[in-house]
Design a protein around this ligand. Structure first.
Ligand code: BES
Ligand code: ZN
Length: 465
């Protein structure tokens, strides 16, 4: 990799573009402006569009109607870096150690989107053109729900028209192992507040005579699963599609082992629904996760208090063909039915995104597999991601294009965690991958637009590249 590529990565990573914190709005604006200038200097026409939230950067090569059009999507916003004391070097002072660059956003998603930009720059510099039309769409609100992106797609659907969308905002199944993610789980968030007495009470004076909200919250949370982790909400699994044989084979061939997952998570043992491997549980099965649970005294020592209220924060991860609205309604009904007497329960639904599935054996899917194999020297693992990129369904509905996700981040990239990092070898491979993708997407017949409907075709055996 040349010094200039590393220098640009260092500059990009120095912007504290934390979308969740309003104090950083200026940093997001500067970061978007910097990206626009960079894209322009690479030979693309770039525009930075203000939104009600953080700006959206769009850049394109000169459109040639004879060529197919590929849209690369990514985000320049990052998660908050806390807890700061666990970082070995400060999150916005990127540092290279042992061939990896450490900084917040390194692998989610600045390293990858910059690799794609530099890949296009190299192709343009060497050949004066690109084998397909390229559009970059880089937003600043992915980590906070992409609220302003769908309206932007609607308002700009003509200029964003494309044949396929390519995203590297996902992880490889093993270090430097070529990976094509063809599915992402959906998500639906739900928050509950349980209220009991008007104020915190003396638990000796009143305990036993009024319901304790913390106990009620714990009972509600406990009502969600059986002892094996299967979700007990009635109807929860109704729309879940069984895995096709080729998907079970792809999951079995996946190099992720239980030992890897134990090492990555630090958990003493794996746990989950019977009848599925860990890889299948992560990508192909839905979950109900407790993201937060609290109430009552949290300080040092003991305090004999009966808390006035308690809360829980849940997210459900969804797989095709579950509907977030239906799941939220079923969850609300279940929680209300299990709420003990003597307290009130306030439920507030949060962000939601549908599960996503694209065909890894479509002409574009096969092109992405070929590009990965060319760069990494081995056939790509076909993977169902456990994480979520809720905007994918909006891309399909508004732009009518499917998204393919060739991964570049390593499994131990620590996204959203302290010491997030991106191996420089992956950065370099990403630049090469972009060039291979442009060439392979150009080989797909011009009339193929990559959209085969919302419902995955589970019956067809996977073809390989
Ligand atoms: N890059 C991730 C999505 C992702 C997560 C891909 C894990 C592969 C593995 C993205 O930035 C993200 O964190 N998404 C959130 C979505 C949520 C905030 C709506 C997620 O999955 O929790
Ligand atoms: Zn993220």
């Amino acid at each position: 990799m040349n010094d200039d590529a590393l220098g640009l990565l260092l500059k990009f990573l120095r912007f504290p573009s934390i979308s969740a914190q309003s104090a950083h709005a200026g940093d997001l604006r500067h970061c978007a402006g910097w990206l626009g200038t960079l894209l322009q200097s690479c030979g693309l026409h770039a525009e930075v569009h203000p939104t009600a939230g953080h700006p959206i950067v769009v850049a394109r090569t000169p459109p040639d109607p004879a060529k197919r059009t590929i849209l690369f999507y990514g985000h320049y916003d990052v998660q908050p870096p806390d807890p700061l004391e666990l970082w070995e070097t400060p999150p916005f002072e990127p540092a290279v150690r042992d061939g990896r660059i450490y900084a917040r956003g390194a692998s989610d998603n600045k390293g990858q989107i910059l690799a794609h930009i530099l890949g296009v720059r190299d192709t343009l510099a060497e050949t004066g053109t690109t084998p397909v039309n390229v559009i970059f769409l880089i937003e600043g609100e992915e980590e906070v729900g992409s609220e302003n992106l769908a309206p932007f797609l609607l308002a700009h659907r003509d200029e964003l028209a494309c044949d396929v969308i390519c995203i590297s905002d996902n992880g490889m199944v093993a270090d430097f192992h070529p990976t094509l993610s063809y599915a992402m789980r959906g998500i639906a968030a739900l928050e509950g507040v349980v209220r009991g007495p008007a104020v915190d009470l003396h638990s000796g004076v009143y305990g036993g005579a009024v319901m304790n909200p913390a106990t009620a919250a714990a009972r509600l949370v406990a009502s969600l699963h059986d002892a094996d982790g299967r979700v007990l909400i009635p109807g929860f699994y109704d729309d879940v599609q069984p895995l096709a044989d080729w998907e079970r084979a792809a999951a079995a061939a996946n190099p992720i082992t239980d030992a890897d997952l134990l090492a990555q998570t630090g958990a003493p043992a794996l746990f989950g629904e019977a009848g599925y491997s860990a890889v299948e549980r992560i990508g192909a099965r839905p979950t109900a996760e407790v993201n937060g649970l609290g109430g009552g005294y949290q300080g040092e020592g003991s305090k004999t208090v009966l808390p006035a209220q308690a809360f829980f924060k849940l997210t459900f991860r969804l797989v095709p063909a579950m509907d977030p609205a239906k799941i939220l309604a079923a969850a609300e009904a279940h929680l209300r039915a299990h709420c003990p007497p003597g307290v009130t329960l306030e439920l507030t639904p949060g962000h939601a995104g549908a599960p996503y599935f694209s065909d890894p054996t479509s002409p574009d899917g096969l092109a992405a597999q070929r590009a990965l194999e060319r760069v990494f020297g081995a056939p790509a693992a076909l993977y169902r991601e456990g994480g979520s990129i809720p905007i994918l369904t909006a891309f399909r509905e508004i732009l009518g294009a499917s998204a393919l996700l060739p991964a570049l981040a390593s499994p131990d990239c620590a996204a959203h965690s302290p010491n997030e990092n991106f191996p420089l070898g992956n950065f370099e491979a990403g630049i090469a991958l972009n060039r291979a993708l442009l060439e392979e997407f150009a080989r797909v017949p011009p009339d193929f637009h990559g959209y085969r409907g919302d419902v995955p075709d589970f019956t067809r055996a996977a073809r390989t590249a």
